[in-house]
Design a protein around this ligand. Sequence first.
Ligand SMILES: Cc1cc2nc3c(=O)[nH]c(=O)nc-3n(C[C@H](O)[C@H](O)[C@H](O)COP(=O)(O)O)c2cc1C
Length: 175
Amino acid sequence: MNASPLLLGITGASGSIYAERFLHLAKERGFAVELIVTKTGEAVLKHENCEAILQNCEKIHKIDDFFAPPATGSSNYFGMAILPCSMATIGRIAAGTSDNLLIRAADVCLKENRPLVLAPREMPFNEIHLENMLKLKRAGATIISASPYFYEHPKTIEELADTVAKKVLQQILKF
Ligand SMILES: Cc1cc2nc3c(=O)[nH]c(=O)nc-3n(C[C@H](O)[C@H](O)[C@H](O)COP(=O)(O)O)c2cc1C
């Protein structure tokens, strides 16, 4: 087991399976994974039949609990992935609002120079989305679009989702 846990943020963008697969892969690599899920994230998880993820993680932090460890730079998280990441959350992190625990935890990763990987899912992007993503990249985040690839000939939806989830984990471990 790695000494420092990973944070996984789940928002109300489509693609809950990416979060499910990320959790699976991170656990395989010996990470404890703690979750922060937005209110819409929880609704979309249920809608996309992925709520089992809530039973498979080390800990779930309440979205409005600013006393929880992810809210402070004194905690020892290895880094944070947000996948799938909505444009609303991208916008709030870029604006530095820190108005829920997920946004605050991402803000903490940036200020502490810890890996923060965001996997936005939207199509098409408008100019505001693109500007926010550029701002976040310049602030130190890694942006990985939730665009699966096909050249390894995935046979199942899990294998397809792994093409994104694996990339997100690799980027965190590269730090
Ligand atoms: C079924 C469903 C799918 C959605 N898919 C997306 C999406 O792929 N990308 C996105 O940016 N927003 C999507 N939304 C809209 C977000 O959920 C909405 O903007 C919400 O405010 C995001 O809040 P959060 O970032 O706090 O989770 C979706 C909403 C629903 C109900």
